[in-house]
Unconditional design. Structure first.
Length: 249
């Protein structure tokens, strides 16, 4: 099936989302709550809105959730989309005024300051939910959304250090706005009020993660914990192949 995005013909499969098709064809659509590591879109930030024209009928849709089922024309930055996207960014900027990334996006899209939007002092989180989803995908569930309405937030149970957190830092890495604080030196990592000892590669000494993180990975793969970094693990495998089959890989 062929659709048009900003005048460019794009081949796609029925059921693919507009955001996936656009990215595959090098067409940029801004988003905060979408990450390649998560298969399904979140539709939380609403920044990836686009305008579609289907048989002469125009409508605005969220591209990370919209499945393409017919031949349509898409505009990613029409006048209407630009206006609505600036309003969305203005709202996000008031929700998370301390996020440098959101401020950068506001400057890029020339978002005006709207005085009636009350800023949440000291906040960086836009409640996109990516961090909680990433944590849940590890079957750990150390963090989640708590409370409701204007007090809704991402937190550990009762705000205390989580007993099941493994200190992997996936939540901080996937956060689009830098809202999750992670500090680390050569020996320890601290996140969500909990400090973990870091483990170093047995061969080269590089940091490979927390002990709990390595043990959880071993449990999931039903193997013994492996205290080698990726590079040293590849070297070990290459040596095994060479010794076994008499050639390098």
């Amino acid at each position: 099936m062929i659709i048009k995005i900003d005048g460019k013909e794009c081949i796609c499969e029925k059921g693919e989302t507009l955001l996936t098709i656009a990215r595959r064809n090098g067409i940029f659509i801004p988003t905060l709550c979408h990450h390649d590591s998560q298969e399904e879109g979140m539709g939380a930030c609403r920044l990836c809105i686009v305008e579609i024209n289907e048989r002469g009928r125009k409508s605005v849709v969220v591209s990370c959730l919209y499945p393409v089922n017919s031949e349509i024309e898409v505009e990613t930055n029409s006048e209407k989309i630009g206006r609505e996207r600036r309003m969305i960014l203005a709202l996000l900027a008031s929700r998370a005024p301390e996020s440098a990334y959101i401020q950068k996006m506001c400057r890029f899209y020339k978002v005006p300051q709207i005085e009636r939007f009350i800023k949440v002092d000291g906040e960086k989180c836009v409640m996109c939910g990516l961090c909680a989803k990433a944590c849940a995908s590890l079957s750990v569930g150390a963090i989640s959304t708590v409370n409701r309405g204007i007090t809704k937030m991402i937190s550990t149970p009762y705000g205390d250090p989580s007993s099941v957190c493994i200190g992997c830092g996936s939540c901080a890495k996937i956060c689009p706005t830098g809202a999750i604080e992670l500090t680390e030196d050569d020996q320890t990592r601290t996140i969500w009020g909990k400090t973990f000892d870091l483990v170093h590669c047995e061969r080269c000494g590089a940091v490979i993660g927390t002990r709990q993180q390595i043990e959880e990975a071993a449990r999931r793969s039903d193997n013994e914990p492996d205290y080698l970094c990726d590079d040293c693990r590849k070297e070990r495998m290459a040596k095994v192949m060479a010794d076994t089959y008499g050639f390098d890989i």
